[in-house]
Design a protein around this ligand. Structure first.
Ligand SMILES: NC(=O)c1ccc[n+]([C@@H]2O[C@H](COP(=O)([O-])OP(=O)(O)OC[C@H]3O[C@@H](n4cnc5c(N)ncnc54)[C@H](O)[C@@H]3O)[C@@H](O)[C@H]2O)c1
Ligand SMILES: O=c1ccn([C@@H]2O[C@H](COP(=O)(O)OP(=O)(O)O[C@H]3O[C@H](CO)[C@H](O)[C@H](O)[C@H]3O)[C@@H](O)[C@H]2O)c(=O)[nH]1
Length: 330
């Protein structure tokens, strides 16, 4: 049986593809429209089907042709402030298209779904670290668009007898420790990516969006999870589902928050570059602090992170950013 990875040419999806191949899965099929992903991010043995997740004919044909039993659905639009300025674009990409994909996948015989959800479903949680059973309350269209897909998947799974794992990622960062993939999006907005670009002189400065939050240093707190650790969580989720395990919703984070200013200090220290930092107003849609309650995934899936170290994450991100520059890719 094979796995279909939507968005597999993207940042996190490409690490999932590597994890599957490293674990000996001999058939991995990627469905990606390459809107933000790259075909060069995929190893040659992977089948790339270029197209839209909402193309139900293509999805059904792909699933039948490759005897796919499990779907890992990464494809999405992912930038929180963009979702505030273009909410309908985000509901289309993340909700409407996911609905079409889930329908086609179930119709073509998929039995298991792993869905890339987000800590943004919690909004501005009253409890930190945030446990999975806290009622979701997203504060931006990105989080809402993802929460609706969680609900669709849950309802469809119940109605059609399939099983799923919803993984709510916290802030994903770092790169493949063997240097095979990393965050390659041009004009990326993610803090660690942007900070490494500032350290390498690809950007003139780094802006800190908001220094008046109710946090110890006034900047936002986030839980940064290393991307290969996250991919490994998908592998154990896949084994769980194929082994007949029950549907689950799980946070993916380490349970420890770092402020924006702390992250900048680590990037400066690891790179040895004291790049310019500008203190700016708050960015639209940002919660002040979001840290994972991180116990359930360990208890349910036996997931054990291997890279829970911010300096290591930053070192990997910096090495990837340097490699992109050498290859003239960005
Ligand atoms: N990066 C993070 O910190 C983070 C945090 C929480 C959740 N997530 C979720 O993880 C998933 C992957 O994010 P990423 O950071 O790898 O983003 P990414 O932009 O690097 O990857 C998304 C991939 O999906 C593809 N894609 C987008 N729309 C498509 C469509 N309609 N049809 C086919 N392919 C399409 C893109 O070409 C790209 O390869 C997303 O669902 C995102 O919401 C990311
Ligand atoms: O140049 C920058 C970039 C970011 N930030 C700040 O750094 C923090 C982290 O911002 P990111 O853009 O790196 O990530 P987000 O927390 O906005 O969102 C990320 O994590 C979320 C889950 O927590 C979502 O899932 C989303 O897809 C993913 O982009 C925020 O306070 C942001 O304001 C800056 O100060 N300067």
């Amino acid at each position: 049986m094979a796995v279909l990875v939507t968005g597999g040419a993207g940042y996190i999806g490409s690490h999932m593809v590597l994890a599957l191949i490293d674990a000996g899965h001999d058939e991995v099929v990627v469905l990606d429209d390459l809107s933000t992903g790259f075909d060069w991010a995929l190893p040659p043995e992977v089948t790339l089907v270029r197209g839209d997740v909402a193309d139900q004919t293509l999805v059904a044909e792909t699933i039948r042709r490759h005897n796919i039993d499990a779907l890992a659905h990464f494809a999405a639009k992912i930038v929180v402030p963009d979702s505030v300025s273009d909410p309908l674009g985000y509901y289309l990409a993340n909700t409407v298209k996911s609905r079409a994909l889930i329908e086609a996948a179930i119709g073509a015989g998929v039995r298991h779904v792993i869905f890339s959800s987000t800590a943004a479903v919690y909004g501005e949680p009253a409890v930190v670290p945030v446990p999975e059973d806290l009622p979701p309350n997203p504060i931006n269209p990105y989080g809402r668009s993802k929460l609706m897909t969680e609900w669709m998947l849950e309802d469809a799974a119940r109605a059609h007898g399939i099983s799923y794992v919803v993984l709510r990622y916290f802030n994903v960062a770092g790169a493949d420790p063997r240097g095979r993939s990393g965050q390659s999006t041009p004009n990326a907005t993610h803090l660690i990516k942007v900070a490494t670009q500032a350290a390498l002189g690809k950007r003139g400065q780094l802006e800190v969006f908001g220094t008046d939050y109710p946090t110890p240093d006034g900047s936002c707190l986030r839980d940064y999870i290393q991307v290969s650790d996250l991919a490994a969580a998908h592998l154990v989720a896949l084994n769980h589902l194929r082994g007949g395990g029950a549907s689950l919703t799980l946070n993916c984070g380490y349970g420890r928050g770092y402020s924006v200013l702390e992250v900048i200090d680590v990037v400066k220290s690891v790179s040895g570059v004291d790049f310019p930092v500008k203190l700016s107003p708050r960015r639209a849609g940002d919660p002040s602090r979001i840290v994972a309650g991180a116990d359930r995934i360990r208890a349910e899936l036996g997931w054990v992170p291997q890279h829970d170290d911010l300096r290591e994450i930053v070192t990997q991100a910096l090495a990837w950013e340097e490699a992109l520059g050498r290859r003239n890719r960005i």
